[in-house]
Design a protein around this ligand. Structure first.
Ligand code: IVH
Length: 669
């Protein structure tokens, strides 16, 4: 193996320092200074160098964040000290009782309290040796848990190296909570739904499930964050919990900003009340506050009883869960035939609103929770999270309640339904199914697509029911049926004119909105924008191959396949012809090529396994990069094929990263 030249060693050290600094700024301080793309480029460069010079491997390199090889089983870690749990309290009375007990035990000394948020996540133990993150584990039973170090290394807010050179803080034990932001969780679930993958129940379940995965590369792609809340540093003289939190923060660990020090229990109660009201404004879920006695010598005096410390207590908010009866499971048919089971619930007041419907996502979700019609189920509602059925109450199941099974026919049109092999959804086979037709038109007209005011569910039902509209292109010839519309039940001159006007106005909607409105499976608003930013017209997309489509950053095989399939259907091509004739915008105002290689200069050398020179050049240029003939310091990458000679040698001597066709393909994905 080639020994790394000094310049490479230096470059690698520099890249690691920069990337660690960016992680810290972004994930701990929440003050990012570079664009994601720039970050990705630095990471790619470091990955390339480490691949080329395996001697440079280091356990605290930011490349560890990308996720290593899967493990078969997690080793067991003994916790030192053990991970205690907290006693719970729910009322002012109970918290005053806690305060009285503390003051009694401390006799004449007055306690000071630290009040913190209680994050609704997963407890972690993190171990640092010589300043480097060496081991991380789940809580398990409190005395031992699972070694999930590889998964935790992918979490950017956990520093791989502490920001200290003080020997007293090089060997420490940190306790922390892993969690997800509500928005990032919702976004992840949305993407999972679009990809026909199982959704998670809530951010906590998603975090717990993710941390138990055997493949850290999957963990790396999930939005897990961490807040640290306890420090053990045997070599240091620690005096108070508050100072410990400040120390954690100085060491580079994320500490939540809403921590307060109080000298009376009344102030603690006000803190609890305030957060009980404001909890929804936080980007993450909390289920209460934690109250801790500040002085460590006081904590020592107070000690613990049966796995819970006497110096701390969880002061929880009243729950936003409710119990109600699952009256029925209704099947809704979506625009591409997706059949979604929905819970029909006995109306119940939870988290400020009355809930009578909740999505059950798919058959796997129902089976996993083992929900049966007639069950008393638990309905949960978090901040801006939609109500969810998260389980059933054991002991309340009606006799003879059977496991739910999908019917074999569509509840709307009686056609057979099927489940593709690797999907969680069932589909109705009949594209003329009235439920699908209605859903496609509703999708087309919705605000984020063509935004046709007045074309809501009831109107679509009426138009489809009377066969005035069979697909969305028919909307643009509705003006010819003006007289029929005016005569319709609940219509008249004014409503008819308003609808026809709104349809006319929609013709001006930009290309990306039309693309979204078409209702191509997996093509939501953001994918539509990517496509409209890359292709100049619908004609270009129509003739694009699977590979062409996949070369658009953000478009994966599933999306590409679905687009090819959509345009492969004659029926769809005819509808598009009609939309074109009606005068809709089917071209981009200014197609901008996404330049993932913007500012990067390449040299090509040797014979590439599949691309010709010309293909490689046009891919580089098409992605905003430049190709030059000679290797110099100004070159960013040398793309190397078989039989490469002097250019490769020169690249090595100048420490310019060399990449294979495979590496290059990944770069432009
Ligand atoms: S302190 C001995 N502080 O709540 C005290 N715990 O049973 C140990 N939690 O799962 C816990 N936020 O992970 C503490 N600010 C916070 C916390 C917190 C959430 C979790 C913890 C554990 C449970 C306590």
């Amino acid at each position: 193996m080639a020994r790394p030249p000094h310049s490479v060693v230096q470059r690698v050290a520099r890249l690691r320092k920069e990337l660690n600094e960016h992680d810290y700024r972004y994930y701990v301080l929440a003050e990012p200074v570079i664009a994601d793309e720039e970050y990705d480029n630095l990471m790619q460069e470091l990955l390339n160098l480490e691949k080329q010079y395996p001697d440079l491997h280091s356990p605290d390199s930011p490349t560890q964040r990308v996720g290593g090889q899967p493990t078969k089983e997690f080793a067991t870690v003994r916790h030192d000290p053990p991970m205690l749990s907290l006693a719970n309290s729910y009322s002012e009375e109970e918290i005053r009782e806690f305060d009285r007990r503390v003051r009694n035990l401390l006799e004449d000394q007055k306690p000071e309290y630290v009040a913190e948020l209680k994050f609704d996540g997963v407890a972690l133990a993190l171990r640092y040796r010589d300043g480097v993150f060496v081991q991380g584990a789940t809580r398990g039973d409190g005395s031992q848990g699972d070694d999930i170090t590889h998964n935790l290394k992918t979490i950017r807010s956990i520093p791989l190296r502490l920001r200290t050179s003080n020997p007293a803080f090089m060997n420490i034990e940190v306790r922390a909570e892993a969690f997800m932001h509500k928005k990032e969780f919702e976004e992840m679930n949305k993407q999972r739904t679009a990809a026909s993958e199982k959704t998670f129940i809530n951010p906590r379940n998603a975090t717990a499930g993710t941390l138990k995965l055997q493949d850290p590369r999957i963990v790396a792609a999930r939005p897990i964050r961490v807040y640290s809340y306890a420090l053990f540093a045997p070599g240091a003289k620690l005096r108070s919990h508050f100072e410990n939190l400040q120390t954690l923060s100085r060491l580079g660990l994320p500490v939540n900003e809403h921590v307060r020090k109080y000298s009376t229990i009344d102030e603690v109660i006000s803190f609890w009340k305030m957060w009980g009201e404001k909890r929804d404004s936080l980007p993450y879920d909390i289920d209460g506050v934690v109250v801790k006695v500040n002085s460590l010598s006081h904590q020592n005096v107070l000690g613990s009883i049966s796995k819970s410390p006497r110096w701390a207590i969880a002061f929880k908010f009243s729950s936003r869960k409710a119990e109600t009866v699952l009256k029925n499971i209704i099947l809704q048919v979506g625009r591409v035939g997706t059949i979604t089971p929905v819970a029909d619930l006995e109306p119940v007041f939870v988290g400020g609103t009355t809930v009578s419907r909740a999505s059950l996502y798919n058959i796997d979700y129902i089976n996993e929770l083992d929900l049966r019609i007639g069950d008393t189920v638990i309905v949960e509602k978090g901040g801006d999270v939609i109500p969810k059925v998260t389980g059933f109450v054991e002991g309340n199941r009606p006799q003879g309640a059977r496991r739910y099974e999908m019917p074999s026919a569509c509840p709307q049109c009686d056609s057979p339904i099927y489940r593709p092999e690797d999907e969680v959804n069932y589909y109705c086979e009949n594209s003329e199914c009235p439920a699908q037709v209605r859903a496609r038109i509703e999708h087309f007209a919705q605000r984020s697509a063509m935004d046709i005011e007045g074309l809501g569910e009831a109107v679509v039902d009426q138009l489809v029911g009377l066969e005035l509209v069979k697909n969305y292109s028919d909307l643009y010839s509705l003006h010819k049926r003006r007289n029929t519309l005016v005569e319709l039940d609940r219509w008249g001159e004014k409503s008819t004119q308003n609808l026809l006007d709104a349809i006319e106005v929609s013709k001006k909607q930009p290309f990306y909105r039309v693309l979204h409105a078409l209702g191509i499976r997996h093509v939501g608003a953001s994918v539509a924008q990517l496509l409209a930013g890359t292709f100049s017209s619908i004609k270009e997309i129509q003739v694009a191959t699977q590979d062409d489509l996949e070369s658009v950053p953000g478009v994966g095989p599933r999306i590409a396949e679905s687009i090819v399939h959509f345009f492969g259907e004659k029926h769809n091509r005819e509808i598009i012809k009609k939309l074109e004739a009606a005068g809709l915008t089917l071209t981009s105002a200014s197609p901008k090529r996404k330049g993932v290689l913007e500012g990067k200069t390449f040299v090509l050398t040797g014979t590439l396994p599949t691309y010709s020179r010309e293909e490689a050049r046009s891919l580089i240029e098409g992605n905003g990069g430049k190709v030059v003939a000679t290797v110099s310091k100004n070159v960013h990458y040398v793309l190397v094929g078989g039989g490469a000679g002097s250019k490769l040698a020169k690249a090595r001597s100048l420490s310019i990263p060399t990449i294979t066709e495979e590496d290059f393909r990944k770069m432009i994905r």
